[in-house]
Each structure stands twice: as C-alpha cells, then as structure tokens.
Ligand binder design. Structure first.
Ligand SMILES: *[C@@H]1O[C@H](CO)[C@@H](O)[C@H](O)[C@H]1NC(C)=O
Ligand SMILES: *[C@@H]1O[C@H](CO)[C@@H](O)[C@H](O)[C@H]1NC(C)=O
Length: 453
C-alpha cells in the first residue's frame, strides 16, 4: 500500500512537472507572447538568401508583378495601351494563365544555381496578390498551377530540389488578393466580416505549412486590414506551438496594417529597408537585381540591373548591421532564370567562396564602419574581426583606425595564405602593406584580424 502510494504520488509529480513545463512553453495568440519567441538560429547564421517571384504576372512580363492591379485597379494608361496594342479586345487577365507554361522549368538546375550563388535559403512565391497559387490549393479552384498553366506543383517540385542541396526553403504568401470577391466583400464591410480569411487565407496558410513544411514564411499583402482581421496571432500561435515546423520556422513582420517593423519574427519593414544605424532587432533587407521589378520584365534594360559591386556593397552593409540579405530574381514564364541574373548569382558565389568567412554566422562588431583609406565595413566572429573593403585598391598601403592591436595581432587577406606585414599607429589602428593587390570583379576584399587587444 505504502509503495503503491509512493509510486502514485511520484507519478503524479512527474505528470505535473511535465504538464507545467509544456504549458509554460506555449505561446498565446497575442503579440507580447509571440514577439518573445527566440528566432531559430539557422536564420541569423544564413545571412544571404534568394527571393523568387514567379506567377501569372511573368506572362505579360511588363511593368512589374503588379501588372493586373496597374491595368485594372489603378487603370494606368501605360498598361491599357500595352493591352490594346498587343492583345485582342476583351482579353482578360486570367487568360494569361494557360500561357504560363514553365516549359523549361528544371527545379534541379535552379537549385544548383541557387547553391552556387552562396545563398543559404530560398524564398519562393506560393501566391502573389493576384491570387494564383503555385500549388494545387483546394481553395483556389482553376486558379492554380496544377489545374492550368504549368500543370505542375511548382512549390513542391522546387522544394524537393532545394532540399537535396541542403538549402533552407521559405514560402512567400500574400494575405490579400486584389480581386477576390470574398476579399472585396470583407473590404466593403469595413473588415467586419472575415469570410475571405475563413474560406481562403487561413485554409491556404495551414495547407502550405502542413504540406511543404517550410522553414520560413515571408508574409505580405497585410496592409489593407488589421492583424485582428487576418487572425494572424492565432495562426502564429499554432505555428509556434503545434505545427510540424514549430522548432525551425522563421517568419517576418507583415501580419496586419501597422505590424511591420514592430511585431512578428525578424523585421522586413518596408521593401528595400535601409537603416542608417545598427538596429536592435533581427532584420532583413530584400532587394531585386532588376531595380524596377520583382517579377520578370521583358522590357528590362541592362542599366536597370544592379551590378555586382553594388550587390556586394548592399550585402556587406546589411550583414555589418546585423541583417540578412534577400536578393530577388524573376524567372520567365517558360521557367528560365534569365542568363543576366544567372551571371550575377554565380559572381556573388565566387566572391563568397573567398570572402564568405566574413559573412556567414558573423555578428556585428563594436564598430560597424569607418572611413579608412577606402570605405570599410566590419563583422566579427568570436575574437576575430573582419574588415571588408568596398573598393579595389589603388595603392598597397592601408590604414584601419578602429582596431586595437596587440603583439599577438595577425593580419591576413582572405584568399591569400601569407600573413600581411603591419605596424601599429600611435593611438589605435594599424597600417598594413599589401604584397599583392586584390582586384576582383566584385571590387571588394577582406582583411582578417586575429589577436586584437
Ligand atoms: C479567428 O480567431 C478567433 C479566436 O480564436 C476565432 O473564434 C475565429 O473563428 C477565427 N476566425 C477565422 C476567420 O479564422
Ligand atoms: C564616411 O564618409 C561618408 C561621406 O563623407 C559619410 O556619409 C559617412 O557617414 C562616413 N562614415 C563613417 C562611419 O564615418
């Protein structure tokens, strides 16, 4: 009896402890609780990701991925003229969908290129504001990539190829759909009704998570309505507590009008967010190689594209300020990544092969930048400090003003095996003499400093 009693209360104790520890780990559907969740570490270590905008908008491939809105919402004269000149009268936007043929789409080739760029994650549009889903959504009848157009599960096929390469897979998802009648009905009610969220948005978000198990959700299209309309906090509490990706999932901050730069996981803030001091919250800068569009544009000019040095500058500045850099490419409707984009991606990869040590898994240093002989940005890893120079050198002597040297300080040029000769300056900093001048197409090179004071 005694033994049984003892055993019984021990069991009760264990059970109670288990229950308490489980329940205290659970997130509640409010920002205070959700914002306190630590970001899974893979994301900060990754530093560099690729963004891919692909959809029916890639068929007209004119203007931007906002084509439908610019034509039928904003009634922009450029778009009305473009349609009048090139398509029969009465042609509707959904008629572009069957032309989204993805004939040359080879997910393994995309994944090979993405890995070669040095990116560690890929964020793919599952559905942009046009509402066309790149997977067979059960609530997007005949407006998805399996029923029409490519007749393929683009989200699934790309995901499988990406995971063979040990890249992380993220999904972009637009909460709103410009022309969805349910959304328009909710909008007319001043978002008092939630039919669109109930019948479309939420079923699709849950479907995406359970089907594809993404490691990142890049939420967008939130701005029209408050987070209470979208039920964002209920979804995130489920995502963090009970979803199959609860331990690895990372999300951004676009979960309702006014949430960005304030709530969620990491902060995107506005598109192409460019802070001027070190932010105190994990953030990401997204940018597009085509400076005018995220989706493919057939009328893109070479001068519209970011060149390699400007991409590397943007990446370095972002990482020095503690951010991640998400760089966008827009594939063509037939499934090719334009060769001009491919060239940029492979060139970034070549630069990262030598300089990636100063990027991946680094932390901001106590000083982020200085105006040395040429502009320099700093990153750090443990006691090692990296100084990334953003201009190809014109002379062989360089100064850095901020590092405090010691007798043990060792200076090296990344990509070169031999230590560099250096001498301390009178208060702090050092002068160094480069035996060989690094001169790369990226116009950027890295000095590694070990054994600083
Ligand atoms: C939103 O969340 C509330 C509270 O959990 C729930 O009662 C309601 O049904 C949800 N609405 C939708 C559209 O999911
Ligand atoms: C470096 O100089 C530029 C141009 O004068 C200035 O805008 C920038 O703030 C300076 N940066 C630092 C870290 O002092």
């Amino acid at each position: 009896m005694n033994v049984l009693q003892y055993g019984g209360s021990a069991l009760l104790l264990i059970w109670t402890l288990f229950f308490v520890s489980v329940s205290s780990d659970r997130y509640t559907p409010d920002w205070k609780s959700l914002d306190a969740r630590p970001l899974p570490p893979w994301y900060d270590e990754a530093k560099f990701g690729l963004f891919v905008h692909w959809g029916v908008f890639s068929v007209p491939a004119f203007g931007s991925e906002w084509f439908w809105w610019n034509w039928k919402g904003a009634m922009s004269p450029d778009y009305i003229l473009f349609m009048a000149k090139n398509y029969p009268p009465g042609f509707t936007y959904p008629e572009f969908a069957p032309m989204f043929n993805a004939q040359f789409f080879e997910p393994d080739q995309w994944a090979e290129l993405f890995e070669a760029s040095g990116a560690k994650y890929v964020v793919f549009t599952t559905k942009h504001h046009e509402g066309f889903t790149n997977w067979k959504s059960p609530t997007s009848w005949n407006w998805n990539s399996v029923d029409t157009g490519p007749h393929r599960d683009l989200v699934g096929d790309l995901g499988a190829a990406i995971r063979k390469r040990s890249l992380h897979y993220g999904l972009y998802h637009s909460l709103l759909e410009w022309f969805n009648p349910l959304y328009q009905q909710d909008q007319q009610s001043g978002f008092k009704t939630q039919d669109f969220v109930y019948y479309k948005t939420m079923p699709e978000l849950y479907d995406l998570v359970t089907r594809y198990k993404p490691e990142l959700i890049w939420s967008d299209g939130d701005w029209g309505a408050p987070d209470t309309y979208w039920n964002s906090t209920e979804f995130l509490a489920w995502l963090y507590n009970d979803s199959p990706v609860k331990d690895v999932i990372v999300v951004n901050d676009r979960w309702g009008d006014g949430t960005y730069c304030k709530h969620g996981g990491y902060y995107n803030c506005a598109d192409k967010f460019t802070p001027s001091t070190l932010p105190d919250h994990k953030w990401e800068k997204c940018n597009s190689i085509d400076t005018h569009s995220w989706g493919y544009r057939r009328n893109m000019r070479l001068s519209d594209m970011m060149d390699l040095p400007s991409i590397i500058k943007d990446l370095v500045f972002t990482v020095a300020y503690g951010g991640n850099y998400l760089l966008n490419v827009g594939p063509t409707s037939d499934g090719m990544i334009p060769t001009t984009f491919e060239e940029r991606l492979r060139d970034i990869g070549a630069w990262l092969k030598v300089n990636g040590e100063a990027i991946y898994a680094t932390k901001p240093w106590r000083v982020q930048a200085e105006n040395a002989t040429v502009p320099v940005w700093y990153t750090s890893k443990g006691s090692t400090v990296y100084a990334i120079f953003l201009t190809n050198p014109q002379q062989s002597s360089f100064q850095l003003f901020t590092p405090l040297t010691s007798e043990k300080t060792v200076v090296t040029l990344l990509g070169s095996p031999n230590p560099i000769k250096w001498a301390p300056m009178h208060t702090s900093g050092l002068t160094m003499l480069l035996p060989e001048l690094p001169c790369t197409p990226a116009g950027a090179w890295t000095i590694k400093l070990d054994g600083l004071a």
